[in-house]
Design a protein around this ligand. Sequence first.
Ligand SMILES: Nc1ncnc2c1ncn2[C@@H]1O[C@H](COP(=O)(O)OP(=O)(O)OP(=O)(O)O)[C@@H](O)[C@H]1O
Ligand SMILES: [Mg+2]
Length: 466
Amino acid sequence: MPCCTAFATINGCSHWALDMETDPSCNPPLSLRLKRFLPRSLFGRTLVIFVVPTFIMLAVATYVFFDRHWYTVTNRMAQALAGDIAAVVELLQRSNSSATTDGVKHLALKKMELTVNFAPGEPLKHIRRPHTPIAVILKRALNDKLSYSYVFDLAYAPNTIGILVEVPEGVYTFLTPEKRIYSPTTEVFILWLLGSSIFLTAIALVIMRNQIRPIRRLAAAAEAIGKGREVPWFKVEGASEVRQAGAALMVMRDRLKRQIGQRTSMLAGVSHDLRTPLTRMRLQAELMGNNGPDMADLLSDIAEMEAMLNAYLAFARGEEAEAATETSLSKLLDEIASAARRQNPNVSLDVPPDIEVIIRRNALKRCLTNLVANALRYGSRAEIHAQASEQFITILIDDDGPGISPELREEMFRPFTRAEESRNRATGGIGLGLTIARDIARSHGGDVVLEDSPLGGLRARVWIPV
Ligand SMILES: Nc1ncnc2c1ncn2[C@@H]1O[C@H](COP(=O)(O)OP(=O)(O)OP(=O)(O)O)[C@@H](O)[C@H]1O
Ligand SMILES: [Mg+2]
């Protein structure tokens, strides 16, 4: 099968999609290749439309918050803490009595939440400083305010920051609760944002599922109608547009049914009424008693017209409402092959067992019987093969006859058309067999196409969606 041709649209799936899966050499345009990464279902796509912007917004909001608000707040708090420590160090350095020193320490504890200890004569211990954003901010603030060497530890004790300042006489240790420079609103903010986004997305998912269910039902109904199955009138729920589409589909189905029924019965009526004058003409011609060649021609023309009318009437009668039912394809083909073998034993059948399809049984039987009859009429043997895939069943009918040249194949589907134009009944029939076969396959949502057969004659390929 050449790339990107064949069955145009099957089950709503474009031929690109089908070919891309089966033919790696198929090279579709970029936009289609990008689409492969998008979810296929409406639900999936709506989810992307919902979730992607929400989480992008979340990321942007978090970034902006971190960059602006959090940084500004933390910086101010760090500056205030560094200022307090610098002031306390200065006051302690200037105090010349232990009473003043105790007073300053007391003030630092009560008013600035700073616990101050002094270790005389000790050198400054080195503490490995982490490179967190808070550490960087605090370091910058201490550099700004303090004129002594210092080290700090953000986790000196649980929830406590320790800042060690070296003065010529020893080392001051300042302990202060973490909350003096650390604002917990960041986590709270992100948690709230994330939590509410997840909550809203979950609600949206539930609502979306309910909105998509009626669309799915509508699609299933449209598909069943396309396959010629009986679809009861159903009430479409959901958004007003979906309801409108559902009602329109049902009205369209009824109108189509009415129109087709009207055409069929009108043609059947005309055919039926034409038979009376034709019979009269035949009787009159016979009564005229002229046995010349002209009379023989006239009688054969009349006989042909009668045969055409009868063939059409038989078809129109068969069209009368037959419901689609679950049918075993192997049994149906077995029946067709057995009936054909009564005329010609050279009919072989190859069909996997257990293929169940929903079809109008009598109609499909007529379709396949016509094709097998053609194979045996124009060839000397017929081979029937059937196979089923997930999307459709295919039935191939091969013969070893003369075949039909490719440019004539479509033409042969037109009513009352024969390759052999003499209308000699010995070399063909009425010319309605292929027309009826295609009509039935198409009313099931499938088709009949003619191809070259490996047996040397014609291959009729029938496919019906399942
Ligand atoms: N298997 C085949 N091999 C060769 N030619 C075929 C084959 N099937 C059909 N044809 C050609 O296509 C024409 C149309 O076929 P179709 O079945 O529509 O009519 P028919 O066989 O002539 O008459 P009937 O209405 O009795 O079937 C035939 O007349 C014949 O020329
Ligand atoms: Mg035929």
